[in-house]
Design a protein around this ligand. Structure first.
Ligand code: 6GU
Length: 225
């Protein structure tokens, strides 16, 4: 899968060199690139923002640098999923991660300030081969879309075949069964600072263990609601 992030802070994406995602990159399972939006500006100041029409606080990112940056990607690749990060987007979840994990090229538009001129999304919704997704990662406000893009890249990458060493851990996961968060887990020693591992887990009775885990998972998902 190709992944491109467009940002005024491409350095934000250096953590993608670490851990499983870093390994997936060296194995060519993920081909990640970040591009600097300022490289697509035409003026001496490399301006990317302007004051909002209609007034109000803050600055809005101008459509033209975004248009040029996205067009430069479309010159090489006609099929992309364009993800516009915005606190006003639809809420990211595991189902969306699975949908995006089947894409061939994800392009993240990471806005800063008060967001990107709305015409960018409108324009690319009308371009053949481009699927536009406006996505938020939760009900809080970040300074920009970079961290949100990292969250989505991590959730999506681990669903790509070969990225995770043990695919069985994917099946067992929380959100595969909607609402069932995973059961609590324990490892050696059986007693730690006066706290014991639940006895059923030491019993060797696989039927009882399975039942206990299902009940615990259900109890936890009720608690978190
Ligand atoms: Cl995608 N962007 C920003 N700026 N804030 C957010 C967000 C995205 N998701 C939640 N808060």
């Amino acid at each position: 899968m190709k992944v491109t992030a467009i940002s005024v802070f491409p350095e934000y994406f250096s953590p993608l060199e670490l851990s499983l995602i870093g390994k997936a990159r060296t194995q060519s399972l993920i081909d990640f690139r970040s591009i600097n939006l300022r490289d697509y500006t035409a003026d001496n100041h490399h301006s990317v923002d302007g004051t909002p029409y209609g007034g109000g606080a803050g600055m809005v990112m101008m459509a033209e640098p975004w248009g040029k940056a996205i067009d430069s990607i479309l010159e090489k690749d006609e099929e992309i999923d364009l993800i516009i990060l915005s606190p006003a987007g639809s809420k990211f979840n595991q189902r969306r991660a699975e949908q995006l994990s089947r894409a061939s090229h994800l392009v993240f538009a990471c806005g800063r300030y008060e967001g990107i001129d709305a015409r960018v999304g409108d324009y690319y919704r009308g371009v053949k081969g481009v699927r536009v997704h406006e996505i938020s990662i939760g009900d809080y406000v970040l300074n920009g879309g970079e961290v949100a893009a990292l969250v989505i890249i991590e959730a999506v990458s681990r669903l790509i075949p070969g990225v995770i060493g043990n695919p069985a851990s994917l099946d067992e996961e929380s959100h595969n069964e909607v609402g069932a968060l995973e059961y609590p887990t324990f490892t050696k020693p059986a007693k730690w600072r006066d706290l014991d591992v639940p006895e059923v887990l030491l019993s060797g009775n696989h039927g009882q263990i399975k039942k206990w885990r299902q009940e615990e998972a259900k109890r936890r998902s009720n608690l978190s609601q």
